[in-house]
Ligand binder design. Structure first.
Ligand SMILES: NC(=O)c1ccc[n+]([C@@H]2O[C@H](COP(=O)([O-])OP(=O)(O)OC[C@H]3O[C@@H](n4cnc5c(N)ncnc54)[C@H](OP(=O)(O)O)[C@@H]3O)[C@@H](O)[C@H]2O)c1
Length: 231
């Protein structure tokens, strides 16, 4: 792994808390400038104050279930940086746990797919042209190892759709200098993961950075952050 992130720019969606905040901290420690996203800019203000001593930091607020906000996010991220080199599509929602798994609603699916699938795909396609033009990009789609929980099928199916997007799109990226890979952070204690998760959120580092550091020919791979925990 040879990629130098110092001086590059990363967009991290869902950076205000949880896993996204740890990823932002890890990237800043490598000297990577940051565009931090959450639903409202003020949600990332404390993180901005923390990281601006190390790197340049810009904030963007956008609700990812609204197409126009997603497009504005892309435009603002590009305007506030010198072009985005690294993209972490990390923001996601988990819909309600339906005790009766046959009662997962159509709205559960709609909401999950809007935020967890359509938005990250749209952001990816919004940023890809500039990455392809400069022959460099590291795109990381944050997925999940969730399985055998049909009570959360709207969430699980959205992550499976994101996986499919990655695996079928990378055929177009071979030889371009732009890579796209999947990151499974593992089950960690966050607002989304809940208090029963076995791993502290800090355990996603350093593994969460691995797919941003890979060589040009590493495409469509599944990286598990917990494989690197404590190393
Ligand atoms: N935690 C786990 O155990 C676990 C396991 C496997 C995979 N993952 C994945 O890891 C990623 C991060 O999860 P997390 O546990 O860190 O989640 P989290 O603590 O709930 O944080 C979610 C982040 O996403 C943003 N966000 C949520 N809904 C949004 C929306 N509608 N529009 C725009 N931004 C929105 C939030 O911004 P605001 O602060 O503005 O709300 C926040 O920054 C997700 O992709 C998740 O599926 C997590």
């Amino acid at each position: 792994m040879s990629v130098e992130l110092r001086g590059k720019w990363a967009l991290v969606t869902g950076a205000s808390r949880g896993i996204g905040r740890e990823i932002a901290r890890g990237l800043a420690a490598k000297g990577c400038n940051l565009v931090l996203h959450s639903r409202a800019r003020k949600h990332c203000a404390a993180l901005e104050r923390e990281l601006c001593k190390q790197v340049k930091v810009a904030l963007v607020g956008a609700e990812l279930s609204i197409e126009g906000e997603v497009d504005r996010l892309v435009a603002e991220a590009l305007a506030k940086s010198r072009g985005i080199d690294v993209l972490y599509n990390n923001a996601a929602i988990m819909t309600t746990y339906r005790q009766n798994y046959a009662k997962v609603t159509a709205d559960d699916y709609r909401q999950s797919f809007e935020v967890n699938v359509i938005a990250p795909i749209r952001i990816t396609h919004g940023l890809l042209p500039s990455m392809l033009a400069k022959k460099f990009g590291r795109i990381v789609q944050v997925t999940s190892g969730i399985r055998d929980e049909p009570e959360l099928m709207a969430y699980a199916a959205s992550k499976a759709a994101l996986d499919k997007f990655v695996r079928d799109t990378v055929v177009k990226l071979a030889g371009t200098g732009v890579t796209m890979n999947l990151l499974d952070p593992g089950w960690v204690r966050t607002d989304l993961g809940g208090p029963k998760a076995p791993n502290p959120v800090e355990s996603v580092l350093p593994g969460a950075l691995v797919p941003a550091l890979v060589d040009d020919d590493v495409q469509g791979q599944w990286f598990s952050a917990q494989d690197h925990a404590g190393k």
